[in-house]
Design a protein around this ligand. Structure first.
Ligand SMILES: Cc1cc2nc3c(=O)[nH]c(=O)nc-3n(C[C@H](O)[C@H](O)[C@H](O)COP(=O)(O)OP(=O)(O)OC[C@H]3O[C@@H](n4cnc5c(N)ncnc54)[C@H](O)[C@@H]3O)c2cc1C
Length: 467
């Protein structure tokens, strides 16, 4: 049977509804574009719904470096009692904690405010290219195939699927092909913060603290865990090479991992999100390999639940509450753009004339076993992401945003966090809107970036003025 082909036309088409896609769709729609947001899966928000904190949005000094769309979504969370707050992990970063169940609704509320149209369960599997322009993307779902034509296309697929189908070059993983592990986040409720923090105060050697000079500020580990205790929030990073976790791994009571990271998601439910599980040697672009991680990851979730209940004060009466709605992928393709964000750019907190988003998370590369690379941004500051990192070489009307940006592996290891992903998305969506109204037939390579920066600033994005 011949599959029917439908046709649609929108001003801006966004493929992928993770953190970057959410930012892109809102950025375009806020600026008057008919905007369609397409995702292969059943939800909107990606990792924003798993319970992890939003990193890369508040630097170690405590300055907010991402505003705009993120602030608007967080306002909605707050209105529904779903914003827990900004906390210091006394290790490297400050992060934004929120209730992921509320986040599900907050994102959709903001989307609806601007009239973003959603198309779930729809996979982008082909492109129509005319010269250097992607004139349409073929999307497949239960209704058949739909050719969606658009003036601009924003690839927020995380994997750079659309850009690659259109001929963009890319790199993937480390030089030897290694990729960061696949993980799944989970949550536990009924966690008592005070006994947990007292335990940490008594055993500073179990946790990672003071890994950034800015956070350490001349203090000893003992003083840092005292501050952690005083903060009163279950923000704890048990390190894989510290005696608590390392001994448990040696005893096979825990699986090999670099961390058990505990972060609050709800005060009333006394709930935390836990980042610990990991499976290596998986190419997430090979769907059979990715799917096969589910069973071992769920086994690890239960192993970690038992470990925490048996060994960690505050967890004795806690319960397993939820597992993330999807497998967590840290890295796949990095699209080669007009500029490649470098290790040095992020490490030194470099600023650019065409900076359109910021990040501040440390270089964060999860390795094998107990390994994890964690290198802070200098002086607790932030770096700029230039617009050119969103412009794939050789394509005129397509932008990428999110974890598939143009960056070295280490630079992606910080820019992949959700703060910068939302900010990049917002910039890409806003650029697509300006392109259509002011610059229609031109390439994004000739784009008036100063105009974009001004528009983003007028709409609440943080573009300059931070360390
Ligand atoms: C385990 C783990 C822990 C992390 N911890 C943190 C943390 O604590 N704080 C933080 O800020 N960041 C964290 N990160 C990083 C961050 O969550 C992600 O890098 C970020 O969310 C990526 O967003 P994205 O929008 O670029 O891509 P993704 O979230 O991957 O979204 C891409 C979307 O595109 C869709 N898609 C893909 N291909 C297609 C296609 N062909 N057609 C249609 N749709 C498609 C997918 O279904 C998906 O929804 C973590 C990541 C992982 C995996």
């Amino acid at each position: 049977m011949q599959t029917p082909i439908h046709n649609r036309r929108v001003d801006v088409l966004v493929i992928g509804a993770g953190a970057a896609g959410v930012g892109a769709a809102i950025g375009a729609a806020r600026n008057g574009m008919t905007t369609l947001l397409v995702d292969a899966g059943p939800t909107i928000g990606g990792e924003l719904l798993t319970g992890m904190t939003i990193d890369g949005a508040v630097n170690a000094r405590g300055e907010l470096v991402v505003g705009g769309t993120l602030s608007e979504i967080l306002e909605e969370c707050k209105a529904m009692d779903g914003l827990v707050g900004i906390f210091n992990d006394y290790r490297l970063i400050r992060y934004i904690c929120y209730d992921p169940e509320v986040m599900k609704m907050a994102i959709i509320k903001v989307m609806a405010r601007y009239g973003v149209e959603l198309l779930l369960h729809s996979f982008a599997d082909d492109v129509v290219v005319n010269g250097n322009r992607v004139t349409g993307v073929m999307v497949r779902n239960k209704a058949g195939k739909t050719l969606i034509e658009a003036d601009s296309v924003i690839d927020c697929s995380g994997d750079g699927d659309v850009a690659v189908m259109a001929g963009a070059e890319f790199e993937i993983g480390a030089k030897d092909g290694d990729l960061q592990p696949i993980s799944i986040m989970f949550r536990m409720s009924g966690v008592e913060a005070e006994p947990l923090l007292r335990f940490v105060r008594e055993h500073p050697e179990y946790v990672a603290v003071g890994e950034s000079e800015m956070i350490r500020d001349g203090r000893t580990d003992k003083q840092l865990v005292e501050s952690l205790y005083e903060q009163g929030q279950p923000c704890v990073f048990f390190k894989g090479n510290g005696p608590l976790l390392s001994d448990a791994i040696d005893r096979k009571e825990m699986f090999p991992t670099a961390l058990i990271m505990i972060q609050p998601t709800s005060g009333p439910r006394k709930e935390v999100c836990i980042n610990s599980t990991r499976v290596w040697n998986v190419d997430p672009l090979k769907t059979d390999q990715l799917s096969a991680t589910m069973s071992p990851l769920f086994d690890q979730v239960w192993t970690c639940v038992k470990f925490l209940k048996n060994r960690v004060p505050g967890f004795e009466q806690a319960h397993f509450a939820a597992v993330a709605p999807r497998l967590g992928i840290r890295e796949t393709r990095r699209i080669l753009g007009e500029y490649v964000l470098t290790d040095e750019d992020v490490g030194t907190g470099r600023k650019f004339d065409d900076g359109i988003a910021k990040g501040c998370h440390h270089i964060d590369i999860h390795g094998r076993g107990r390994d994890q690379v964690r290198i802070p941004v200098a002086d607790g500051g932030s770096y700029d992401i230039p617009f050119r990192c969103l412009v794939p070489k050789g394509l005129d009307n397509l932008l990428v945003a999110g974890r598939c940006l143009s960056a070295t592996r280490a630079a992606q290891g910080t820019a992949r966090t959700m703060g910068p992903c939302i900010a990049m998305g917002t910039a890409a969506g806003t650029a697509a809107a300006l392109q259509r109204t002011e610059n229609a037939e031109n390439s994004f390579r000739d784009f008036p970036v100063e105009r974009l920066r001004e528009t983003l600033k007028s709409q609440g994005s943080i573009i300059d003025g931070t360390h």
